[in-house]
Write a new protein. Sequence first.
Length: 414
Amino acid sequence: MPIGRLLLTLLTAALAVTSLSCGRREPAEWTVTVQRVASPAGANTSEPQMSVSERGILLSWIERLATTTSLKFTERTASGWTAPITAVSGVDWFLSYADVPSVQRLADGTLVAQWLQTTDPVIEAYDLRLAYSKDNGKAWAPSFVPHHDGTRSQHGFASLVEMAGGQLGIVWLDGRNSTFDPDDPESGTMMLRFAAFDANWKQTADIEIDHRVCECCSTTAVVTSDGVLAGFRDRDDQEVRDMGVSRLEGGRWTPTTLVSQDNWRIDFCPVNGPMLSARGREVAAAWFTVRNDLGQAYAAFSNDAGRSWSAPIRLDEAGSLGRVDIELLDDGSAVATWVEYAEGRSEFRLRRVDRSGARSAPLTVAGVSAGRASGFPRVARQGDELVFAWSASAAPEGSEDGALQVYTAVASLP
């Protein structure tokens, strides 16, 4: 299906789920309609990201015009997307299809933006910058950084999360120790760090979560009833890079534990981070790994805030490029998305899964590029509505040519 098609497209799938509980096979139909809606983003846009507040789903993206890059956002209302607002712009940003700027609205209405500013283009060093607005994006406070190491290194792949008491938490990859020193065994590694700011924007924390993680895989963070849970791709001294989690308890982060012992050993970063969704002590996770030389996407569930996990549930059918996302549903199941890759085609897909291992049939949201053009497709949930966002070229499907644009679709949950 050509991405550039302007007509409204309906994709309807009756998805059969088989329950395996108590040894019975009880078919339960799950029907969802995915409807393409007019995108609020114009040409030369990419890197969509979504967050959810009491006001609804907020979609952000970047727009490139000549040498200027802008971070824009919109919110979904009952009548559709609001008019896009520009949060921040710059000519010295570090841009990556995987390390995505974002905007998030806090409970008191404050908007927070995060993006990357180049500090040394020769060594690809950049700072993570934050700014906030108290007037719905009309004016923004001067930007600042959550890290204070003073090194020209990489600081990025940030995840924002609102904590108790109106505090903002931020998790990011920090490269202050990434320069190799033969006399320092801890050098040459990327660490995961956390910072917090109170409601008056005073910084209250700047601490390490894990001293050695994968160099360029995205992070994720959610709030559980037992504290903030961070998800990331871990990295041990044998180059095993499986999905790790750590929880903030009493002002300290717990030692990293694995969601699944995939034992994926790889000497370089696969640029494919995990995603989490949480409600109370329930958590759903999605991630990418490689088994028997085949890329695969998985999901798992926890009912104790990430301390233990169900058996992994495979998402893809024949092979995956990863680029996963996941959203919990009210019944404890989840909708997961990934990029399927088989027979030379790549598709943005979704399916419903539950902790018993039951899976619905997969549904294709859109055909996407197997390369960087498609970025990381996203799904978000607000009430009974799912919203999907992805970027694609206006050129024929599968092409890497042509200007990119962010596209959107919606679905109503049964």
